[in-house]
Design a protein around this ligand. Sequence first.
Ligand code: BG6
Ligand code: MG
Length: 213
Amino acid sequence: MDNIKAVIFDLDGVICSTDKYHYLAWKQVADEIDVYFDEKINNRLRGVSRMDSLNIILERADRTFSQEEKNALAEKKNGIYVELLDRMSEQDLSGEVKSTLHTLRDEGHLLAIGSSSKNTKKILRRIGLSDYFDAVSDGTNISRSKPDPEVFLKAAEMLSVSPGNSLVVEDAKAGISAAAAGGFLSAGLGEASEHESVTYKLNSFSDLIDILN
Ligand code: BG6
Ligand code: MG
């Protein structure tokens, strides 16, 4: 598609598998407070901010938690999560993702990150992509997380491209909703490929090469 000038990638679960570390960290916190949590509930947390994620987990709790308690739980989860991130290295960037990014760049596309995570820059550093993207829009520059389109609109603004000329790549249903709300084209992996508003369904990350050709 030659009208697509830019590709805006979600990070967790798209560029790297940090979605599994989010799950492990939340699972540990949920177990400690005796709240049921599984992979299916975890899918609802994809693309959603840390506090909004905790609120979804606490839907299963049999008592209410004060804001102070919630802050402590969110902090505890992030501590566990960051420890897992600290074990990551360039080995955690798959060959498929790496070579697809290089191909898209060689074909002249602008490449950006659009992630709700406040740990985005740390993760990019760990996997050796610190200075790779033309723009990084993340949890530190937004006030509303997905399904609000803010994070992608900020990325498009940083790149000086319009949403209609940008493709958002997501593993989260909330991310596809955000892309649609902002007027972006979208490509979905996993559950996100089943969203009613998704433009392209991806079986694999490298399918992007055909879509953008
Ligand atoms: C998103 C993840 O990328 O970032 C969510 O899909 C996560 O699961 C959110 O809650 C916020 O991440 P962080 O690193 O700021 O807690
Ligand atoms: Mg994701």
